[in-house]
Write a protein that binds this ligand. Structure first.
Ligand SMILES: Cc1ncc(COP(=O)(O)O)c(C=O)c1O
Length: 424
């Protein structure tokens, strides 16, 4: 691993060798430090993870699995991958783990292709109600390969409509039922999912990509405790690791999952990423991480309360996890794209979001998505979230008032100056 001195020298070299690239790197670092990341799928990874991503492991090809590689020279890669697998199983109480998926999308694809046949029916959440592209959106390759049938949310609390879900499962007889979401602010009733799947003989998969860190930190339910066949999670969101994916499953599915990841879908795993994942899983098993996970939830509650106090309409009226979806059309009379652009101007980074059965298209949707993993990683607390809530409401009420937005941007910078980004 390079020392700090080496890293500084390498940065200086980069400044000379590729000034354009270096300048973009510097301005990205400034953007992250001066602004605040509120996209719920983003985070500041553990600082210790960054050097592993730039370590010697990036040079190594390791197709295969520990003890069964296609190339020589694997004594150290076998150690780190075995560590990562063992730590993943312990942390998530899983029987089996595959730590090689390059990211969340190949991770989910590997599960579908490993456990099902093309054309099989999969029951998954409607995209506008909180599902992810890889849960069979028509524009995704998976949407073309499998027969996806949808379930939705219902009511003012925006819970999954479990009654309709059961009726659809009884009618469609899916091979797999998928839960886990990108924009669903409610806790999932995994026991109910498993019960429905048992009734129709379906496999169960929970994609906890967003809340993986909150499951690891024991503040949200673990689907594997409820008998799920498979749980997938990205490593770079609430878990604070490198970009990547984990597949955790019952032992009986291990062989099929391994074969599906490699050689089915991928070639050589990124061993620098596997090393960083192994470290992430160790850090996520600490008491400090449990405190972090609790604080993510407390901060989401505080942000939700602050927004409600400023008469902002949340899609589900509140949140039980790390994310919130605002209805910007009903709250401010502007669409989600405009809201995102306005908040960019005051250095609050958010993303436009479709709301359930949105009448508007995804490029100009009616909502905006916010989350608290990143501000919490900077050490912000509930009082800071109250400030952020006020700033958001104030900016979106005056979207074209340049002087007002400039004042708010100054307030954001005063806030972020107190909380350095970990690792920068
Ligand atoms: C629920 C869910 N699954 C899968 C993914 C895909 O992950 P990636 O972007 O790493 O491919 C995401 C990404 O946001 C997600 O929210």
């Amino acid at each position: 691993m390079s020392s700090n001195m080496d890293l500084n020298r390498l940065r200086e070299d980069l400044a000379h060798k590729d000034p354009d690239l270096f300048s973009a790197l510097r301005s990205e670092e400034d953007r992250q430090q001066l602004g605040l990341e509120l996209i719920p799928s983003e985070n500041y990874c553990f600082p210790e993870v960054l050097p592993l991503l730039g370590s010697a492991f990036t040079n190594k090809y390791s197709e295969g699995y520990p003890g069964r590689r296609y190339y020589g020279g694997q004594p150290n890669t076998d150690i780190i991958e075995t560590l990562a697998r063992e730590r993943a199983c312990t942390l998530f109480r899983a029987e089996y783990a595959n730590v090689q998926p390059l990211s969340g999308s190949p991770m989910n694809q590997a599960v579908y292709l490993g456990l099902l046949e093309p054309g099989d029916t999969i029951l998954a959440m409607d995209l506008s109600h909180g599902g992810h592209l890889t849960h069979g959106a028509p524009v995704s390759h998976m949407g073309r390969l499998f027969n996806f049938v949808r379930y939705k949310t219902i009511g003012a609390r925006g819970d999954i409509d479990y009654t309709a879900l059961e009726e659809t499962a009884l009618k469609e007889h899916p091979k797999l039922i998928v839960c886990g979401h990108s924009s669903y602010p409610r806790e999932v009733d995994y026991a109910r999912f498993q019960e429905i799947a048992d009734k129709v003989g379906a496999l169960t998969m929970a994609d906890v990509s967003h809340v993986g860190g909150l499951v690891a930190g024991d503040v949200l339910e673990n689907p594997l405790d409820h008998g799920f066949d498979v749980m997938t999670t990205t490593t770079h969101k609430s878990l604070r690791g490198p970009r990547g994916g984990l597949i955790l499953c019952k032992a009986k599915h291990g062989k099929a999952i391994d074969a599906s990841v490699f050689p089915g879908l991928q070639g050589g795993p990124h061993m620098n990423q596997v090393a960083a994942t192994a470290l992430t899983l160790k850090l996520a098993a600490t008491d400090d991480f449990k405190v972090y996970a609790r604080n993510v939830l407390a901060n989401a509650q505080a942000l939700s309360q602050a927004l409600c106090d400023h008469q902002v309409q949340l899609i589900t009226g509140g949140t039980e996890n790390h994310l919130l979806v605002l209805n910007t059309v009903s709250s401010f009379g502007i669409d989600g794209r405009k809201a995102q652009e306005v908040l960019d101007r005051i250095e609050l980074t958010t993303n436009k979001q479709v709301i359930p059965d949105d009448p508007n298209p995804p490029v100009r949707p009616s909502g905006l998505r916010l989350g608290t993993p990143a501000p919490t990683a900077r050490g912000m607390g509930e009082a800071d979230m109250a400030i952020v809530g006020r700033l958001i409401a104030s900016a979106l009420r005056h979207p074209d008032d340049d002087a007002h937005l400039a004042d708010l941007a100054t307030e954001v910078q005063a806030l972020t100056a107190r909380f350095p980004v970990p690792g920068l």
